[in-house]
Every structure is written in structure tokens, then in C-alpha cells.
Write a protein that binds this ligand. Structure first.
Ligand code: NAD
Ligand code: ZN
Length: 346
């Protein structure tokens, strides 16, 4: 077969666009593994980051690594003990799983424990033709769901987990700062939990236009003072989902939150960065500030929500590429002139 590592990356020395990998062909599957013929993979901001910088917030890419963690595909081989999926099944797969048993995994919060996670160094991702994965990470997609929508269950899961952490309840008013892919999937997840009003902020009109086309309210905050933004937002919110990682948005999130409400910080930044936040305001108003790290136990609900919100989720996919167009796809994702960039391997 083709040696995957002879496909040299064109940018940096740490990522690769494998067209063929014989993982799974050079070794037999473990009893609990499956071989997936990958059909769709979305590009995430972290993939772009690894591609350009060779590192993420915490993880440096020391060896070449396959990118991609938003995937779906067809099962082509199963290990001897696999009973949840069969050859021929169309599956969406969770990119991570716990690699040790501890208190966190026992209580279901495995996202906070030690995990294997696609395209987080040193773990290879799924942007390749064939991918070996734990069968337990694979979920059969309903008939009629496209592989692309299946791949979107990964980012959607971030939104589902965030909306859960934000304790969004039916009829509530929810504010989301940032209308990127994560802000939008958070809006969809809040809607799925029954939110009554969902408002997104951003500084890019085209992103807000997309949000409006999906039925959400928007405020463009470009060059506006916080007081002006609060005035335009008109009222305070039962839950705020911060999806930019920017200081001014975290500040706004606390100012826009009702007393007794919840703010979740979904946007990421370096761990040791210090922030200037109105923390006493949050304290005396009993505003709960909660963190969000990826997700746990979201795929079953993700499939149901993706089916119900199929039209909205499809609308987030702005561009489609084949694996041959790897460079072009990543250049576009880097430019930011897109929403979700999707590889179609069908
Ligand atoms: P993105 O960069 O596409 O979206 C961020 C959006 O914020 C952009 O549309 C940008 O225009 C907008 N923005 C910039 N300044 C703003 C301002 N002052 N007010 C309002 N909006 C503003 O990124 P994304 O892929 O949507 O991800 C959003 C964040 O979520 C990133 O920080 C990412 O790292 C993080 N993330 C976190 C998790 C997690 O597990 N917590 C998972 C995935 C992504
Ligand atoms: Zn991601």
C-alpha cells in the first residue's frame, strides 16, 4: 500500500493530508474496534490552528498528525466483540473516549479525564479515507441523514453540552456572544431545549444574517460601548453562552445576565490568561459562571436534534471540498470567509 507518511504536508511539518492510510489494513482490529470508511469531515478552528501554528492552547504537535475530529462514515469491518454496530452501518462518531477509569469517568464526566481525542496531539484525527475507532464511539445515523449532518453532530455536541451547562429551560431568554459555528450550534441547542428567545451578537454582518435566517435575533456590536449594546439588547437574560473567548464578551455576558442566572464560558483562550471581569457583580447577583470543555454523553441526543434541526444544521455548511483540495479548504478556513468547511469523501 501507499505509505501515508510520504504525503508530506505543504505547510509546516506537523500535519498531513493523508489520502490513504493503511491503518487497519496493516494491523488487525482490536476486539472493541471498527474500521470506518470516512465519508465526511468538518474543519474546526483547532484543526486550522494545528495546521498553521503546529500547536493548540495546551498541546504542541511533535510528530506529524492526521487532522480532523468532526466525522461520519460507513462501518466496513468490526472487531470480534463489537455488537452495537455492523458492517454497512452509516455512523456518526464521537472523536474521544476515556483512556482510564477514575472518579470523573465513573460519574460520566469523562471529558474532564484522560482521553484519546482525534487530532489532539499525539492522537491522530479522522481526516483520512479509513479510520480505526472504538465501536462504542459510533452511533448509527437515521435513514435520510447525510454524512455531512452526521459530522456536524460533533460541533453540535459542544452546543448541547453548553446549553445543558447553562441550564436553559423552556421559554427562557438566551444571549449568545459570537455567531461563529459554535455560537450557532449553541443557539440550535438552546432552541432544542425550548428557549423562548435567542439573541446572538457578532461584529460580522454576514454571520448575523445567517443567524437571522435561522430564526434568531441578532445585534451587531461593532464599535459599540457596553452601555449601548445593553440598551439594544433591551432586557437581561436567563442564560448567557459566551462563544468568542474575548474579554469584552465575557464582561458583557455578566452584565447582560439576570440575577440568579447562568453564564457559560464556551470560548477558549490560553489557560493562564488573566481576565478583568466584574466578578463581584456576578457574586452579589448570584450569577453562576460555569465552564464548558467539549461534551460528554451527547451523541444520542445529538442525533435526535440533528434530525429535527437538519435544515438549520445544513445551513451552517458553507463550503464543500474533496480531500484532493486539502490546501484550498484549509486556506479558506484560515481566511474566516466561511462558516463550516466540510470535506466530502463520498
Ligand atoms: P469563530 O472564530 O468562528 O467564532 C467567533 C465569532 O466571534 C466570530 O464570528 C467573530 O466575528 C465573533 N466576535 C469577535 N468579536 C466579537 C465581539 N466583540 N462580540 C461578539 N462577537 C464577536 O469560532 P467558533 O468555531 O465559532 O468557536 C468559538 C469559540 O469556541 C472559540 O474560542 C473556540 O476555541 C471555542 N470552542 C470551545 C469549545 C469548548 O469545548 N469549550 C469547543 C469548540 C470551540
Ligand atoms: Zn472542534
Amino acid at each position: 500500500g501507499l505509505d501515508p507518511w510520504t504525503h508530506q504536508p505543504k505547510k509546516g511539518d506537523y500535519v498531513t493530508n493523508l489520502k490513504l492510510t493503511d491503518i487497519g489494513k496493516t494491523r488487525s482490529l482490536e476486539a472493541d474496534e471498527v474500521l470506518i470508511k470516512v465519508k465526511a469531515v468538518g474543519i474546526c478552528g483547532s484543526d486550522v490552528h494545528y495546521w498553521t501554528a503546529g500547536r493548540g492552547a495546551r498541546f504542541a504537535v511533535e510528530e506529524k498528525m492526521v487532522l480532523g475530529h468532526e466525522g461520519a462514515g460507513e462501518i466496513v469491518e468490526v472487531g470480534t466483540k463489537v455488537d452495537n454496530v455492523s458492517v454497512g452501518d452509516r455512523v456518526a462518531f464521537e472523536p474521544g473516549f476515556a483512556t482510564q477509569e477514575d472518579e470523573l469517568t465513573k460519574n460520566g464526566r469523562y471529558n474532564l479525564s484522560k482521553v484519546f481525542f482525534c487530532a489532539t496531539p499525539p492522537d491522530d484525527g479522522c481526516l483520512c479515507e479509513y479510520f480505526v475507532h472504538k465501536a462504542s464511539c459510533c452511533y448509527v445515523m437515521p435513514h435520510g441523514m447525510s454524512y455531512e449532518v452526521g459530522a456536524m453532530i460533533e460541533p453540535l455536541s459542544v452546543g448541547i453540552h453548553a446549553a445543558k451547562r447553562a441550564r436553559v429551560e423552556p421559554g427562557q431568554k438566551v444571549l449568545i456572544t459570537g455567531a461563529g459555528p459554535i455560537g450557532l450550534v449553541s443557539a440550535i441547542a438552546a432552541s432544542a431545549r425550548g428557549a423562548g428567545e435567542i439573541v446572538l451578537t457578532d461584529v460580522i454582518d454576514s454571520r448575523l444574517e445567517l443567524a437571522r435566517s435561522l430564526g434568531f435575533k441578532t445585534v451587531n456590536v461593532m464599535s459599540k460601548t457596553r452601555d449601548r449594546i445593553l440598551l439594544e439588547l433591551d432586557h437581561k437574560f436567563d442564560a448567557v453562552m459566551e462563544c468568542t473567548g474575548r474579554t469584552e464578551c465575557m464582561q458583557l455576558a455578566i452584565y447582560a445576565a439576570k440575577p440568579g442566572s447562568t453564564v457559560v464560558l464556551v470560548g477558549l483562550a490560553p489557560r493562564d490568561k488573566m481576565y478583568e471581569l466584574p466578578i463581584m457583580l456576578a457574586s452579589v447577583q448570584e450569577i453562576d459562571i460555569r465552564g464548558v470543555f467539549r461534551y460528554c454523553n451527547t451523541w444520542p441526543a445529538g442525533i435526535t436534534i440533528a434530525q429535527k434541526y437538519q435544515k438549520e444544521i445544513e445551513a451552517l455548511i458553507s463550503h464543500r471540498f474533496t480531500l484532493d483540495q486539502f490546501e484550498e479548504a484549509f486556506e479558506l478556513a484560515l481566511s474566516g470567509k466561511c462558516m463550516k468547511v466540510m470535506f466530502s469523501l463520498e
